[in-house]
Design a protein around this ligand. Structure first.
Ligand SMILES: [Zn+2]
Length: 134
């Protein structure tokens, strides 16, 4: 057992190994295979196989800078997705707590807390008063 582990370590010297992208790829592969259990399509199965080969190709690759760049690109993409998700969660929360009304005369957006019945809203920009349900 020890011998095999050493052999594997020697094999991996100078090779790229695992990173965040390879972890993401293995999650994708598992998800694809699980979906494939319920909806048997060749497409999902072969997509999983292709991803598996790609993932191993990256792990055993000696072109470390190219693999590093791929991972950087993936991390940038992941960052954008999580930021987008945060933005949407924030918006949903705001919509639950507040009504956004536009001033009828100047179009200024005004945020009104929900649940106070009919309220008179005073526009801070043009000082028009108007009545809306909160
Ligand atoms: Zn106004």
């Amino acid at each position: 057992m020890e011998k095999w582990r050493r052999k594997f370590q020697q094999f991996m010297v100078g090779r790229y190994g695992a990173d965040q992208l390879s972890r993401f790829l293995s999650v994708c592969i598992v998800v694809l295979l699980v979906i494939n259990l319920f909806a048997r399509t060749h497409v999902l199965y072969w997509l999983a196989v292709v991803l598996l080969f790609y993932s191993y190709y990256r792990m055993f690759s000696r072109n470390i800078s190219a693999r590093f760049k791929e991972n950087e690109r993936y991390m940038g993409f992941r960052f954008r997705v999580t930021e987008w998700g945060k933005k949407w969660r924030f918006r949903a929360e705001q919509a639950r707590k507040y009504h956004i009304y536009r001033c009828p005369s100047c179009g200024q957006k005004i945020r009104i807390p929900r649940g106070h019945g009919k309220v008179s809203i005073h526009c801070p920009k043009c000082h028009t008063d108007f009545i809306r349900k909160s």
